[in-house]
Design a protein around this ligand. Structure first.
Ligand SMILES: NC(=O)c1ccc[n+]([C@@H]2O[C@H](COP(=O)([O-])OP(=O)(O)OC[C@H]3O[C@@H](n4cnc5c(N)ncnc54)[C@H](O)[C@@H]3O)[C@@H](O)[C@H]2O)c1
Length: 460
């Protein structure tokens, strides 16, 4: 019997059901482009679930470490290093910088960095580079899923046209396209990846269904089918929501300082009111995501004056300078000027117990301090450059400034800290230390969100 020729949607449906079968049997060949904080754990998880995964990156040192079964991500990442060692040894995960090795893959995940330019517009150099290189080799019927965070409209306006142009194939015919943004956070990469819910935005409903089948092999949380623009909006909105809420907490902390309050106590009592959840204030917002995702969301409506987003970004970007003003105030109480002072800075990464230094508030603090004629010596147990002896960093400094709430700092003996300092000023920008206890150790204390007048020993 002659096989019937498949026309129109029937052909696409047949391609999709073949793909679904391959996914169900874990026989789909998968590639992950970009092996950073997001792509590497995803590649490892899919390989651990039984798929053959090819990881692609441009960084030779990163590829070499992964090929040896090593995890190039420092910091506390429970379970990740042993998983990489295992899947590399089993040859379920192989890595390359050569896109030609992707010619026979069935599904590609794109996990490259998507920063913004100096003018806050999306900088899609990596995304475009990945699409161009992939488009040149991708086979008929491939499913391409962008996991990187992107501005609303990017799949339709950037990714699809580029892949179509380079490959000569049409979306929803010669290839299928989806957007499944990641929700991981350094420090909990595997846990977030496997437990949190995901939005599976497909260019067609069938594509979304195939994505759900794929992610079900590694994700325990909900997998919600959607279209691509909904997925783009959800991801950028959830990070913008966080940025705006942190900005409110930071502004409230500054109001507490000026009006005689204590932020933690005010927050605790506000949060007793139903539906309120004031976040923690801090030394600033860093990382690759929250600092730029609000601008990606804003890019979805180029003509709109996104005032709330801009104000939140400005408040959070202003926090390192505010911390420096707390240092200045503490030094003044101790009879010392800011210019010419020497500071011991505790913490450089943007997040506690992580090695991720992207857009770290400490970096901006150091810039402000330098401009003010202040010398800074930095310590961070997770960042190679600053891993030295904490006590040597504290020795002879005019103030210790806690910029990151690393676990290693939480149990610091404040009497010992005071004994090392030349001028006994202690600035806590992360709500780590009890103000009363720090004062009892003989320190002049400035604690973010605490009015200086609130000198009693009430626990903060
Ligand atoms: N870091 C997070 O916590 C997090 C969380 C959720 C979502 N995201 C999003 O995920 C995406 C990736 O973030 P990340 O933190 O993993 O970034 P990253 O910088 O750690 O990793 C990106 C990797 O992509 C590689 N790369 C760049 N261009 C490439 C190309 N053309 N071909 C192959 N490799 C290329 C880079 O060398 C790098 O190793 C971003 O869009 C980010 O917004 C990040």
């Amino acid at each position: 019997m002659i096989a019937p020729v498949l026309h129109g949607r029937k052909k696409e449906d047949a391609v999709m059901s073949k793909l679904l079968e391959l996914v169900e049997r874990k026989e789909a060949k998968i590639a992950v482009i970009g092996l950073g904080y997001v792509g590497l754990p995803v590649a490892a998880c899919l390989a651990d679930a039984g798929f053959s995964v090819t990881g692609v990156d441009l960084k030779a040192d990163r590829l070499a470490r992964i090929a040896k079964g090593e995890c190039p991500i420092e910091g506390e990442e429970p379970g990740l290093a042993p998983m990489i060692t295992k899947v590399v040894a089993e040859k379920k995960l192989v890595v390359t910088n050569d896109y030609k090795n992707l010619a026979d893959v069935d599904i590609v995940l794109i996990d490259v960095d998507t920063p913004v330019e100096a003018d806050n517009k999306p900088a899609y150099k990596a995304l475009r580079g990945a699409c161009e290189a992939l488009g040149a080799v991708m086979k008929e019927g491939i499913l391409v899923i962008v996991e990187s965070t992107i501005a609303p409209g990017t799949v339709d306006k950037v990714v699809a046209p580029l892949l179509e142009k380079v490959s000569g194939k049409k979306r929803n015919e010669g290839f299928f396209l989806g957007h499944c943004p990641e929700r991981v956070m350094p420090g909990r990469l595997l846990q977030n990846l496997t437990q949190l819910s995901r939005v599976c935005g497909g260019s067609t409903p069938e594509t979304a269904k195939a994505m759900v089948a794929l992610y079900r092999s590694i994700v325990k949380g909900d997998l919600d089918e959607a279209d691509c623009v909904t997925a783009e909006l959800v991801k950028t909105a959830e990070n913008t929501y966080r940025d705006v809420n942190i900005a409110f907490a930071n502004e409230l902390a500054m109001i507490c300082e000026s009006s005689g309050g204590k932020f933690l106590r005010v927050r605790e009592l506000v949060n007793k009111s139903p539906g309120r959840n004031v976040l923690l204030s801090g030394a600033g917002v860093g990382g690759h995501c929250i600092t730029k995702d609000p601008w990606l969301l804003a890019h979805g409506a180029p003509g709109l004056d996104t005032k709330v987003i801009a104000a939140a970004r400005a408040r959070n970007d202003g926090m390192p300078a505010h911390v420096l003003s707390l240092v200045e105030s503490g030094l003044a109480e101790a009879g010392k000027k800011l210019a010419g002072a020497k500071l011991a800075i505790l913490g450089f990464s943007y997040l506690e117990d992580s090695d991720d230094t992207r857009h770290a508030p400490t970096e901006y603090f150091l810039g402000h301090a330098k401009a003010a004629g202040v010398e800074c010596v930095v310590h961070d147990p997770y960042v190679e450059e600053f891993k030295g002896d904490l006590w040597k960093v504290l020795e002879g400094a005019d103030a210790a400034v806690v910029m990151v709430a690393h676990t290693a700092y939480r149990s610091l003996d404040l009497h010992a800290v005071a004994s090392k300092l030349r001028t006994k000023v202690f600035v806590d920008a992360r709500h780590v230390f009890d103000v009363g206890a720090a004062r009892a150790a003989g320190l002049v204390v400035r604690s973010l969100g605490n009015a200086v007048a609130a000198k009693d020993g009430v626990s903060t």
